[in-house]
Write a protein that binds this ligand. Structure first.
Ligand code: FEO
Length: 174
């Protein structure tokens, strides 16, 4: 049965596996952002809570974009199992540090996938993931700018309150 299904797709098993792994990474990111939203909300950072909830929704969209690509090419898209989502974070700043690390990891994942696509002569998937490679410029920019607010504004006095208000206003215009 597996072999019969394999005949229906131009995806190699290796690339399909990579795409399914990335579906899982995006789902994991979505769940972590949702946990960050909850932590921010519980600690009085309303604006950041909304920001992370929005980020969570975007990661789910990324997951579905990959999921639909695998399905559209006749592959086997796997609904991912998600585990080990951190519910507690050591500090407000720590949340943003982790968010930036997560985005850098996603960029590295797509770079790896791009290299594998070229090696496998899979230019269809290579072309498909260009959207994600471009998107990661914005994702990393926003996450880095948010973290920089901790240096620019400082956490003393009403600093964290100000940082919270500024986070959703970060825009990437390029
Ligand atoms: Fe889907 Fe934020 O990378």
């Amino acid at each position: 049965m597996k072999d019969l299904l394999r005949l229906k797709t131009s995806l190699t098993e290796e690339i399909e596996t990579l795409l399914n792994e990335q579906i899982k990474v995006e789902a994991h990111s979505s769940a972590v952002y949702l946990a960050m939203a909850s932590w921010c909300d519980r600690n009085g950072f309303d604006c950041s809570a909304r920001y992370f909830q929005k980020q969570s929704g975007e990661e789910r969209e990324h997951m579905l974009k990959l999921f639909n690509y695998v399905s559209d090419l006749g592959g086997r898209a796997i609904s991912p199992e998600i585990a080990n989502i951190p519910q507690e974070f050591e500090s407000f700043r720590g949340v943003f540090e982790q968010a930036l690390q997560q985005e850098i990891y996603v960029t590295q994942q797509f770079n790896r996938m791009a290299a594998k696509c070229i090696k496998a002569n899979d230019f269809v998937t290579f072309q498909f993931i260009q959207w994600f490679l471009k998107e990661q410029i914005e994702e990393e920019y926003v996450a880095r700018r948010a973290l920089e607010l901790f240096e620019v504004i400082g956490e003393e006095g009403t600093g964290r309150y100000e940082i919270d208000k500024r986070v959703p206003k970060i825009k990437y215009d390029n």
